[in-house]
Design a protein around this ligand. Structure first.
Ligand SMILES: *[C@@H]1O[C@H](CO)[C@@H](O)[C@H](O)[C@H]1NC(C)=O
Ligand SMILES: *[C@@H]1O[C@H](CO)[C@@H](O)[C@H](O)[C@H]1NC(C)=O
Ligand SMILES: *[C@@H]1O[C@H](CO)[C@@H](O)[C@H](O)[C@H]1NC(C)=O
Ligand SMILES: *[C@@H]1O[C@H](CO)[C@@H](O)[C@H](O)[C@H]1NC(C)=O
Ligand SMILES: *[C@@H]1O[C@H](CO)[C@@H](O)[C@H](O)[C@H]1NC(C)=O
Ligand SMILES: *[C@@H]1O[C@H](CO)[C@@H](O)[C@H](O)[C@H]1NC(C)=O
Length: 539
């Protein structure tokens, strides 16, 4: 009789409701657990999908026409005692001029997607002189080493003596001197050089020098001839933004080993996402002539309050093989190799003895600074190269690429014009390519994309856990309570819900008292008034 009543009771709508609530709360709890465990992975997957370069996507639009205002600031070392240096062997004195500031417009043109998750393009950069931001005029006259001439003489060092003598007489006739006085604009964008003109006329077409003008940024204003192929990230997000090919080649030809010839770094705009402080980023640039590794420095806040990681080259990036054995393969002809802190890019510069360093010989042999007067000691804030990236998405938020161009001159006694020119590393200029920040529309999105997942994850898992937990506690409690009372249940009590006097006990007491007033107590009262009412009627 009682058993049948109990079964009745279990089948009754009232108890079925509580089983259902238990089920729902368990489902909520398991969703909460799933969210807690897998949410970050889902977000990563989602981000990976969203940032992939593909026709029509927002990322692609911003990639093709970056909504940024890059500035190039150039500082030129004007030689003020060229004659004393040549005649009396005085120490060269330079005067740092600038900045000469150019606004740039960047665009990727001739963009073409391929089936194998790559995209080819050409980089277009247009430079406009910004007189207001500059500390001088483009037409300022400066005195700098004659790079074409000194390249030619330095290269002839190991040639036959009669060639050097011939070279000396040609230079005599053409009145070529070891220093030239040119305008800033000529030095950067090109001037007709008699030696290059001669070389072009005399030397056969397949020989090296393709220009008759010389300028340190000659041919860089406009669309580059070089074709880059980068990975879109489709299928393999770990290669997102990395260079696959440069003019169809996957490697440089210049160095001893495969690893030094690699060019599978980023072009500096996008990096594979999920960057941690342990990640090494790689940037490749044609003029750098090698992959540049970047290590984590610190966390920074960029504009729009977007958190970024600052990456910079490690201190030993340009150390000589003695101090950094990894650089051995960059010195195929050595030893001797370039001095500590200089990188020999001669192989990428038509064999001109050009050496790159950081400005003011930052992170280089301090002796280099002593070879010339007038260069202040390097300072990290002013002379370090850095890139600030958004770690989850790999977007570059801010960047300052700083490089100094130096000429490594060798003494060649048979050429009288340069006979007094000692072996020296002559600094020519340094420049910084500055991307000071992304526009608001991009940072707003980045801000949202980086903060929203964390907030959503906490809110969602917390919400699911709390609601699921509370429901579970309530329903289990209710079931237990009712099973304990099964003996005392009467038919009346299970069927006659109405016309009972209200239970005098305060509803709060239905829940076992929490000793320290745990917060769980509150939600129960608030969340389930129905529970209270039903129980009252039950008694
Ligand atoms: C550069 O130095 C030369 C002297 O060697 C001087 O005549 C010239 O005015 C200097 N240029 C600038 C822009 O100061
Ligand atoms: C991808 O396809 C393009 C065009 O078909 C080709 O030039 C390139 O070599 C391919 N890249 C890879 C990694 O297979
Ligand atoms: C670069 O080229 C554009 C035209 O394409 C021209 O307006 C601009 O003055 C050039 N910049 C320099 C620095 O020569
Ligand atoms: C570049 O390619 C090499 C193999 O050729 C690989 O080991 C390395 O991880 C790649 N670098 C990057 C940044 O993906
Ligand atoms: C970074 O590397 C260190 C030591 O190599 C390790 O202890 C740490 O867990 C790593 N951190 C991450 C985020 O991978
Ligand atoms: C710089 O590199 C070129 C070509 O690789 C080489 O001929 C020259 O000797 C190097 N110079 C130094 C100082 O290592």
């Amino acid at each position: 009789m009682q058993r049948a009543k109990f079964l009745d009771k279990l089948k009754s709508g009232y108890l079925r409701k509580w089983w259902l609530v238990i089920l729902v709360s368990l489902v909520l709890l398991s969703f909460g657990a799933l969210v807690a465990v897998f949410f970050s992975q889902w977000v990563q997957f989602f981000i990976g999908h969203e940032i992939t370069l593909r026709q029509g996507s927002q990322t692609f639009k911003w990639w093709r026409q970056p909504p940024i205002e890059p500035l190039m600031k150039i500082y030129i070392y004007n030689v003020t005692n060229a004659d004393e240096f040549l005649i009396d062997g005085a120490k060269p004195i330079v005067q740092e001029l600038g900045p000469y500031v150019y606004r740039q417009e960047w665009e990727r043109v001739n963009v073409e997607f391929h089936d194998n998750a790559t995209v080819t393009f050409q980089q277009r950069k247009v430079f406009y002189f910004d007189a207001e931001a500059s500390a001088g005029d483009e037409e300022d006259m400066v005195v700098v080493p004659n790079i074409p001439m000194l390249s030619a003489t330095s290269q002839s060092k190991h040639a036959a003596r009669f060639l050097r003598l011939a070279m000396a007489s040609i230079m005599d006739i053409l009145k070529i001197k070891p220093f030239v006085e040119v305008s800033v604009s000529q030095l950067l964008w090109g001037y007709e050089d008699p030696l290059l003109k001669l070389a072009k006329d005399v030397v056969s077409k397949d020989q090296k020098l393709p220009y008759e003008e010389f300028g340190l940024f000659y041919g860089k204003n406009g669309t580059s001839n070089d074709i880059l192929t980068v990975f879109t990230g489709k299928g393999d997000i770990t290669r997102y933004g990395l260079i696959d090919r440069f003019n169809g080649k996957t490697h440089l030809p210049h160095y001893k080993t495969e690893s030094c010839n690699r060019l599978n770094g980023s072009d500096g705009s996008l990096f594979p996402p999920n960057i941690t402080p342990n990640t090494t980023l790689y940037v490749w640039d044609k003029d750098m002539c090698r992959l540049l590794p970047l290590h984590f420095q610190k966390e920074v806040v960029t504009n729009g309050d977007v958190l970024g990681y600052r990456f910079s080259p490690p201190e030993n990036v340009f150390y000589d093989p003695e101090h950094n054995p990894e650089n051995d393969c960059f010195c195929p002809q050595g030893p001797p190799c370039a001095p500590n802190g200089l990188f020999n890019v001669s192989a990428c510069q038509y064999d001109s003895p050009i050496m790159l360093s950081f400005p003011h010989f930052y992170q280089a042999d301090p002796e280099l600074l002593k070879m010339v007067d007038g260069i202040s000691p390097p300072e990290k804030e002013k002379h370090q190269l850095f890139i600030d990236v958004q770690p989850q998405m790999g977007t570059t938020l801010r960047a300052t690429a700083r490089v100094q161009i130096n000429l490594a001159v060798s003494q060649v006694v048979d050429i009288k014009q340069v006979a007094t020119f000692p072996d020296i590393i002559f600094p020519i200029l340094w420049f910084e390519d500055v991307i000071s920040g992304l526009p608001g529309e991009v940072t707003d999105l980045l801000h949202l994309a980086t903060n929203a997942p964390a907030v959503a994850k906490s809110a969602l898992s917390f919400g699911l856990f709390v609601i699921g937990g509370v429901l579970l506690v309530i329903s289990v409690f209710c079931l237990i309570r009712n099973s304990n009372r099964q003996e005392t249940l009467t038919l009346e009590s299970s069927t006659h819900y109405v016309n009972k006097p209200p239970n005098p006990r305060p509803p709060r007491n239905l829940i076992p008292p929490f000793p320290n007033g745990t917060p769980k107590k509150e939600p129960v009262d608030v969340l389930n008034p129905g529970f209270v009412a039903d129980s009252n009627e039950m008694s």
